[in-house]
Design a protein around this ligand. Structure first.
Ligand SMILES: Nc1ncnc2c1ncn2[C@@H]1O[C@H](COP(=O)(O)OP(=O)(O)OP(=O)(O)O)[C@@H](O)[C@H]1O
Ligand SMILES: [Mg+2]
Length: 466
């Protein structure tokens, strides 16, 4: 039972006592008052009952006036009117100005119980609609679609901290929506009219990244033929998203720490510091705490960035979002790809619900896109393969251990190559370096797998395509 009490307003002591006993016996907390004026005063002082049972035709005061007063103090409190036979006109008037139900004295206990249950049920539905509307509002505001309690809580906190200037660290596996949350924070903040500047710390080699972040003065390096404004300056009065912060070199970690401490930067080749007003958000899919313990990431920088930390759950831990996201992507891309698909077939949706989605929402988005373009493709077996069940796709008749392990390795290899390519913005040289293979070897692999950076539908792999 709810801890909020039911307020009974009736000048008849017998009725008051009867209702108090009746309601208390059903587990409700009850408060009784004998006059409209007392009740108005009580509500005006901030008392918020679960509902009000109001004698609509008291001898001393106009009941309709009391009701209007209640409604103007708090229109959300439901009111059930109590009247006598022959007072139907007043009851109708009361319903018009917002009473939720009515009872005619003398009433049966069942009628009273039913009326109260009806009102409580209506209240519950109203609350539910309100929550659903709030969830829809999130979609409209921030492109974040979710019905998962943990995600909703994160969004709620994100909305609250958006207005402050503290750094926010957003952690989570690849494709879970870290960037979506970061842009939501920017949109909700009072910096939303300012720029939202994104820098991927893993996409550029260390020296280029430094120039990118801080800018340079003409002549700072041989290739610097004119001044260049860095991203920090570009993000002035706005928000800067440092993507993949875990990849920052020790030297740049130190420089970033200085920026956060002093709110100023100096361009390469310049001794003149420039004041900047930037809010920093950072994301990573690395376990940053572990990197700190291993000495790879500065402890003091970690603490600076970690004022507020969001850990976004992977899609497999919020499967309730799968149908929601699926339909969202279906609606979003159907027209663009002029697809005849109207909905995801039941069998496929069931597989989606069971699948583990290592590439999270991005992978789901790509799979839906691909289904829209090629509805006849065998997505079911492809997903099974990608789900590291590679072994299962080799027919047992022809089983050869070498073949099985070779195939499994190739699936895993392809996944890794794709990820690295994506992380480097398809910079093949850099990708080869990180994969510790030659550029030529990488090119051969891409050729063999027919992997090219094209429109997503052409990329056959189901992992992280572009
Ligand atoms: N809750 C969501 N509602 C709608 N779309 C989402 C949601 N989460 C993610 N997406 C979509 O999924 C894709 C991946 O999201 P995002 O880029 O934010 O992931 P990420 O965590 O930053 O990934 P990475 O670690 O690879 O950078 C984007 O296209 C984004 O629009
Ligand atoms: Mg990202």
């Amino acid at each position: 039972m709810s801890s909020r009490s039911i307020l009974v307003v009736d000048n008849d002591t017998v009725i008051r006592e009867y209702l108090a006993t009746f309601l208390a016996a059903r587990g409700h907390a009850v408060e009784c008052l004998g006059s409209g004026d007392e009740a108005i005063e009580r509500l005006a002082s901030g008392f918020s009952p679960l509902m009000i049972l109001l004698d609509i035709v008291p001898p001393d005061k106009d009941g309709i006036e009391v009701l209007s007063n209640f409604k103007s103090i708090d229109p959300s409190i439901p009111i059930i009117t109590l009247s006598r036979i022959g007072q139907i006109k007043t009851v109708v008037e009361a319903m018009k100005i917002g009473a939720s139900g009515y009872l005619t004295k003398p009433f049966e206990e069942e009628a009273l119980e039913l009326e109260i249950d009806n009102v409580l049920e209506k209240q519950r539905l109203k609350e539910e609609v309100k929550t659903l509307k709030q969830q829809l509002a999130y979609i409209e505001q921030g492109n974040i679609l979710t019905s998962n309690p943990q995600m909703l809580r994160i969004i709620d906190i994100a909305r609250h901290v958006a207005g402050t200037d503290v750094p926010v660290l957003i952690l989570g596996e690849s494709g879970v929506g870290k960037e979506v949350v970061a842009s939501f924070i920017h949109e909700q903040s009072n910096r939303s009219d300012g720029p939202f500047v994104k820098v991927n710390c893993a996409a550029l080699p260390h020296e280029l990244l430094e120039a990118e972040l801080f800018g340079y003065e003409r002549g700072a390096v041989t290739s610097a033929i004119r001044d260049k404004t860095g991203k920090f300056e570009q993000a002035d009065k706005g928000t800067m998203l440092l993507d993949e912060i875990g990849e920052l070199s020790p030297y740049l970690q130190t420089r970033l720490l200085q920026v956060l401490q002093d709110s100023e930067i100096s361009r390469l080749g310049s001794k003149r510091p420039v004041k900047i007003n930037v809010r920093v958000l950072a994301t990573t899919n690395k376990k940053l705490k572990e990197a700190v313990l291993k000495g790879e990431f500065r402890n003091d920088l970690y603490f600076r960035l970690n004022v507020i930390k969001f850990e976004l759950p992977p899609l497999r831990e919020r499967r309730e979002d799968i149908p929601l996201l699926c339909n969202h992507f279906l609606e979003k891309y159907r027209d663009r790809y002029q697809s005849p698909v109207r909905q995801i077939p039941k069998e496929l949706m069931e597989l989606f619900l069971r699948y583990d989605w290592p590439g999270n929402v991005r992978q789901l988005e790509n799979v839906v896109k691909r289904y829209l373009i090629l509805p006849d493709a065998d997505i079911i077996s492809e997903l099974k393969t990608a789900n590291t069940e590679a072994v299962a796709v080799i027919p047992t008749r022809t089983v050869s251990l070498k073949e099985v392990s070779g195939h499994a390795a190739e699936v895993a290899e392809k996944e890794v190559v794709l990820r690295v390519l994506e992380d480097t913005g398809w910079n093949r040289k850099e990708a080869a370096r990180r994969l510790m293979i030659s550029y030529k070897a990488l090119r051969n692999k891409l050729k063999k797998w027919q992997l090219v950076r094209q429109r997503p539908e052409v990329v056959r792999a189901l992992g992280k395509s572009a």
